[in-house]
Design a protein around this ligand. Sequence first.
Ligand code: ADP
Ligand code: MG
Length: 434
Amino acid sequence: MKTDIDLLWKQVMVSVEERLNDARAYEIWIKPVKIKEIDGKTVHLEIPGMTFEKGFMPYIDIIKQEFYRITGWIPEIKIYYTETNKDKTPHSPIEYELPLNPDYTFDNFVVGPKNQLAHAAAQAVAQSPGIAYNPLFLYGGFGLGKTHLMQAIVHFVKERDEQKILYLPADVYLNEFIQSIKNKTTHLFRQRFRKLDFLLIDDIHFIAGKEGTQEEFFHTFNFLYDQRKQIILSSDRPPKEISFLEKRLVSRFEWGLIVEILPPDFETRVAILKKKCEMKKFSLSDDIIYYIADNVKDNVRILEGVLNRIFALSTLLNKDIDQKVVDEIIDGEYYKKRTIITLDNIMSAVCEYFKIKEDDIIKETRIKSILIPRQIAMFLGRELTGNSLHSIAIKFGGKDHTTVLYAYKKIKDLYQKDQYIKGIIDEIKNKLER
Ligand code: ADP
Ligand code: MG
């Protein structure tokens, strides 16, 4: 039985490898994964650890799809960490370093008017750490190249000298901190960070509201800063606007340079598409490239997703790429992004935030304390999902679509005028988008 499972897993891995068409990514993220068992439709996989999980997550969908192609059923994936031999190293904290994406280099970063400041600042701190801009705080929307720039700094520094540099997504930082409390190894956790020359924490807003982690990070920040070590942070918004981020952290994050990355303009989008084609050794007509650049405006990740799909269709399936095919792909990529969040997700996130019951929202009531949560739910429903006004109304206890429209306008207005409401919405949205 076990060998059947191993064989099946091997087959899945081979298909995933073909599909990825990226030997490094396969080596780093797929090969280390082992299968434990299959139980009903649940596939139990074993991975090296928590830090690995973060990088592995994006591949789970592909694994599921290839599983489906081979077996005809869609698996549920469960993940376990490889058990480490605790007797051998009773007090060592997890020091597994997150493998970086080898493509996220300065060379591969296309510079345009909307990101040139961020790019220049990133290069400056990589070259003269601790002097010019400390900390460097990069912020901007999803998929605009923050992680790419941060990892480019790491590649650059690692290639040159013996400096100790560590890149961590904030959620991994948080998890490892919690783990160290559990294992009573916080002193080792602390030491690990204090011996660094560079510390990069991605998506720092993740530690907002987490008291202990903020406290720990505050001291690490001060320690490194006093030693003139370089700190680089990223977030989807400037420090001031991160809800529940401690004041003393906000003020420290503002000590250095804060730079915003904005969505690329048309010319930069074209240049990015050309660059990615070149990297994949794949040629696409200018017409198609302009067409994509014209239709995907706000997010480089989607731009790339569209390109990858086109690439797969034309190389694997020999499909001709015309405008119609591109249209479908673009819709598909946007749709994927939208469907991640459902009305159910919104319902539970709103209820959890306000500590109310779903029934309260659904019931027709005019109690003020319910009104705002309900209207926020409707606003988010419209903003974050592809559902019709009608289904949003039904879900959140509105009379009809006009209730939703009214709520949407009202909350949108409040969002711009009222810092408090804005904070609440950002917090809920943040949770949903994770
Ligand atoms: P963020 O961290 O801001 O959400 P990422 O750094 O993950 O975004 O970028 C998303 C994708 O878009 C990555 O694959 C990255 O390589 C690509 N990308 C973003 N900006 C650029 C750019 N200016 N040049 C080349 N690739 C880019
Ligand atoms: Mg990122």
